[in-house]
Design a protein around this ligand. Structure first.
Ligand SMILES: [Zn+2]
Length: 181
């Protein structure tokens, strides 16, 4: 993981510092607020990309709501980090997401919908998030997520997770959101 660039970025929630990283295959972005180097209990959202929601404005998943929620919380807390990882469709790619979508509309769970079209239930990998947290020397995080697997992955990779905070209510309504937190 190499660090490429850094600049401020203003969103409708406030001003963040944007840092760009590259792992040899794809880019990852960190949005940070305040001083996080060496800090404990840093609010942290590890967010996977979603072309449908973030670029096309789809409301069939919760990705945009989760990003808004995370940005608002960071600004309010005046400290934190959001890590954006390029892994569409639970890491299976956008094609997989498009193929799985009709199955979701028929009522299949996220996992079953992906498996029904020949993909893994969840192929996401959070290694780059671990590298980025290490880059910033974050001592411990408060993770914004509804996904216990994400917490487990980070902890097994050496990240200290003090606790988790659930993301917006919509995500908890069964399997509607295609990224469970
Ligand atoms: Zn989405």
């Amino acid at each position: 993981m190499i660090f490429l660039a850094q600049d401020s970025i203003t969103t409708r929630h406030g001003v963040f510092l944007e840092s760009l990283f590259y792992n040899g295959l794809c880019q990852s972005v960190a949005l940070t607020v305040g001083e996080i180097c060496g800090a404990k209990d840093v609010l942290c959202r590890v967010h996977s990309s979603c072309l449908s929601a973030h670029a096309l404005g789809s409301i069939s998943c919760d990705c945009s709501a989760q990003m808004d929620h995370a940005q608002a919380r960071l600004i309010k807390a005046r400290r934190g980090i959001i890590i954006w990882l390029e892994q569409e469709g639970r890491g299976n790619g956008h094609l997989a997401k498009m193929l799985a979508e009709p199955n979701k509309r028929l009522g299949l769970s996220q996992s079953a919908a992906y498996e029904a079209v020949g993909f893994r239930a969840d192929a996401r990998d959070y290694s780059d998030a671990v590298s980025i947290l290490t880059h910033f020397k974050v001592a411990s995080i408060v993770l914004l997520t509804n996904n216990p697997l994400k917490r487990r992955f980070l902890e097994e990779s050496g990240v200290v997770v003090s606790r988790t905070i659930e993301t917006p209510e919509a995500t908890k309504k069964g399997e509607r959101g295609h990224e469970p937190g």
